[in-house]
Design a protein around this ligand. Structure first.
Ligand SMILES: [Mn+2]
Length: 325
């Protein structure tokens, strides 16, 4: 078993040795996924390397102000006309999380897997997997510091954004002394912390608020008060005018109820599948639960997808969570 420092060193050597990289992150990318994608892109640009940034789908609007985020290819809209041999996967707990972007990896592709999910199954040729990190962006902070490159405001803002979003605004239990030290360093590089927090965590669009109201109207809680859940249907999305990224954070509302151990958001998708997001107050390891349903994540934040009827899935999942309590 290699140490974290050795893994970082291997990644560094890989990046120096090759050229023409593909950088991908997980489907439905969050703040950390987008931040990590552009941070790797920024590093490669400083090294004078050719690189392509890609995601299976759309980049959230709120992330579009990050450095070169507008150049992240939406594979579903602009399928690339070629394949890639040198692939860097960021924030992807398992190979399936890259989604359909994998069809653009050559069969002999060398994959660098940079991630902080404890459920990561080390699918890369090189794995920089560090579950102690609050965000993949934290790992990238360490990686970038191995190079003789001067930080600028663009990459500092990207890394700060990944840390901010994956720690829920420096509030979750993953907000370690190291996270605060890194944040402090990034602020000293000129990052506008309050502005990013206002834009990413406070400000809401009207559809976002409307869809929150609709979700809260579906609130259920078990008789012992320990499991609470809400759901969202395709009709809710139409009525509110919300888009997928507007649902981020809704799962915290049921979780935040006093006495609740696990909060769940069930999102019924247009294709009939249901996306399940779980948040734990600490007692229940929702990553293990999610894994038992074919998903993954962190001890306190995890998710998965199931095919089937919404009501059936809700009762089945709630039952499993009650058993885990
Ligand atoms: Mn992450």
């Amino acid at each position: 078993m290699q140490t974290y420092e050795q893994e970082l060193q291997q990644a560094k050597e890989f990046l120096l040795k090759h050229d023409d990289y593909l950088i991908v992150s997980h489907v439905q990318p969050d703040g950390d996924a987008v931040s990590s994608t552009v941070a790797v892109g920024w590093l490669l640009s400083r090294l004078g390397k050719k690189f392509t940034m890609m995601n299976e789908g759309v980049i959230p609007n709120r992330m579009k102000s990050l450095w070169h985020a507008e150049y992240i290819i939406n594979m579903s809209e602009q399928p690339p006309q070629r394949t890639f041999t040198n692939v860097i996967c960021v924030d992807c707990a398992d190979f399936e999380r890259v989604g359909r972007t994998k069809q653009y990896f050559t069969e002999d592709a060398a994959i660098v897997n940079i991630d902080h999910h404890p459920t990561n199954n080390r699918y890369g040729a090189i794995n920089v997997v560090y579950p102690e990190a609050a965000a993949t962006a934290e790992i990238l902070f360490d990686l970038l510091n191995l190079f003789d490159i001067e930080w600028d405001i663009d990459v500092a803002t990207a890394v700060y954004t990944g840390l901010l979003t994956d720690t829920g605004g420096f509030r979750y239990s993953n907000t370690s002394p190291k996270v605060m030290n890194i944040a402090s360093t990034l602020l000293s590089y000129g990052v506008n912390g309050p502005k990013i927090a206002e834009y990413l965590l406070e400000e809401m669009t009207l559809p976002q608020l409307k869809v929150l109201v609709q979700a809260l109207n579906t609130l259920h809680i078990t008789s012992d008060g320990k499991v609470a859940w809400v759901h969202i249907t395709p009709q809710h999305m139409i009525d509110s005018g919300a888009v997928s990224e507007d649902l981020e954070g809704i799962v915290n509302y049921p979780r935040n109820i006093q006495g609740v151990e696990v909060g769940i958001l069930f999102k019924q998708l247009n294709n009939g599948a249901v996306k399940v997001s779980m948040r734990s107050a600490g007692k229940v390891n929702v990553a293990a639960l999610a894994q038992s349903f074919g998903g993954g994540g962190h001890v306190r934040a995890a998710g998965f997808r199931l095919e089937g009827d919404l009501e059936d899935i809700m009762s089945k999942v709630v039952e499993q969570v009650r058993r885990a309590l």
